[in-house]
Design a protein around this ligand. Structure first.
Ligand SMILES: [Ca+2]
Ligand SMILES: [Ca+2]
Length: 431
């Protein structure tokens, strides 16, 4: 990418852009109609692995057997492979994220009542509480905070231009769960503590919509409302000036923009995909791998353009109606990277420059030879290493706490003072 593109008149005014993902229809339907089964029955119905050693990713007090009884004290076997591969559970010893960090999920909306999501919704403080007449600001029909959006308490629906963030598709709920399902019911996202700002840019029920224009508006909303990270699991083959300028503005505000590399089955170095390939310093482009570390046949790749690989096949997450199921695509991989970015920001608050975060995530990934020539870092996202490695010569094992279960992010910061974080920061190393 270079600046000459800025003066090129090739930006279209609209696109047919849709969420980027490979939707296995039969599997999606089967999964989405699953009732809220107990852990074991649910595991079996999704064909996940058999019993394994190790602790569960589910809260112990909420583990049930197939009849719904508590099985406290026993190990539940449900360990989604993506969380295992990225060592998320190990990373949670260092940080589980923070509700103070806001991720704008620009997608198809969310099931705001989902038991594993409802506690992690971002809330617009200016649209909460009671107004002068004693009415709930969230539903009084008044733009109480004067930001141009009426009753935007958890985000906005840019497809229909209202505050109904309901997910009529399923994609947005799934992405939100990968990033930050709370685990209060049964499944944890990569960052179980986070605030999810719901910005709906696409609805399958709306005819003649302009998802690209909605995307641009959503990016501006995220910037104005102070998002820390923007997750965008969509895109298209046509660049758009307004979209690029919006992401440039996000860069100026220090907002990381995590983008799907795309499911076009192509080399993004040759055939660019947007917004992943605008070449801006705050854009992190993610491709998807299967559980054998192979890039999915449907996923874009690029030695120069795609930064990292992350799990993206048969990913278990939340779905509308309080259900769970698996979806596949670079969308899912992108959400993993967003979750790890939140963990990193919470554990390392001094590391906030988007370019530095991207550099750090690339450097701390797991090298994988199958990614050579296809991914810039030649690496797979690793949550634990991202949090534990603080410099070139400091190993993860060197900072692993003895009593990991009680370990706090603050402790981590203190214990690493003598390793001179400031002098081994990615920013300085790259200069
Ligand atoms: Ca408002
Ligand atoms: Ca209001």
């Amino acid at each position: 990418m270079n600046n000459s593109e800025d003066t090129s008149p090739k930006y279209p005014t609209s696109s047919t852009r849709k969420p980027t993902h490979t939707l296995p229809i039969s599997k999606y339907i089967a999964a989405s109609v699953l009732p809220l089964l107990g852990g074991i029955a649910f595991t079996a119905s999704l064909g996940l692995g058999g019993p394994e050693e190790g602790s569960s990713l589910l809260p112990a007090q909420q583990q049930h057997d197939s009849t719904g009884r508590h099985i406290a004290g026993e190990l539940v076997t449900e360990k989604p492979w993506g969380l295992q591969m990225t060592e998320a559970e190990k990373a949670w010893r260092l940080s589980k994220g923070s509700r103070k960090l806001t991720v704008a999920v620009i997608d198809t909306g969310i099931d705001a009542n989902h038991p594993d999501l409802k506690d992690n919704l971002w809330t617009n403080e200016g649209e909460t509480g009671l107004d002068a007449e004693g009415r709930d600001k969230a539903s009084n029909g008044i733009d109480d905070d004067g930001n141009g959006y009426i009753d935007d308490v958890h985000g906005w629906n840019f497809a229909f231009n209202n505050n109904n963030i309901r997910d009529d598709h399923g994609h947005g709920t799934h992405i939100a769960g990968i990033i930050g399902a709370s685990g209060r019911a049964r499944l944890m996202g990569v960052s179980p503590d986070v605030s999810l700002m719901v910005l709906k840019y696409f609805d399958p029920k709306k005819p003649n919509q302009d998802p690209l224009a909605a995307t641009v508006e959503a990016i501006h909303y995220a910037i104005e409302q102070g998002a820390d990270v923007i997750n965008y699991s969509g895109g298209g083959l046509s660049p758009n000036r307004a979209e690029k300028e919006a992401i440039e503005l996000a860069a100026k505000k220090g907002i990381l923009f995590v983008a799907a590399a795309g499911n076009e089955r192509t080399n993004s170095d040759v055939q660019a995909y947007y917004p992943a390939d605008y070449g801006l310093p705050n854009i992190l482009s993610i491709t998807a791998i299967d559980d054998h570390s192979r890039i999915l046949k449907t996923s874009n790749y690029g030695e120069r353009t795609v930064h990292l690989a992350a799990p993206g096949e048969n990913i278990l997450s939340t779905l509308p109606g309080g259900t769970y199921g698996e979806l596949t695509g670079t969308s899912q991989a992108t959400a993993f990277a967003t979750g790890v970015a939140v963990l990193l920001m919470s554990a390392r608050p001094e590391l906030r420059d988007p370019a530095a975060i991207i550099e750090h995530l690339m450097r701390t990934g797991d090298k994988e030879s199958q990614l050579n020539g296809k991914v810039k870092s030649e690496a797979i996202l690793n949550a634990y290493r991202a949090l534990a490695i603080i410099g070139e010569n400091v190993s993860a094992s060197g900072v692993e706490p003895a009593n990991a279960g009680e370990f706090q992010a603050d402790d981590f910061t203190i214990s690493t003072k003598d390793r001179s974080i400031a002098t081994t920061s990615p920013q300085q190393q790259s200069q």
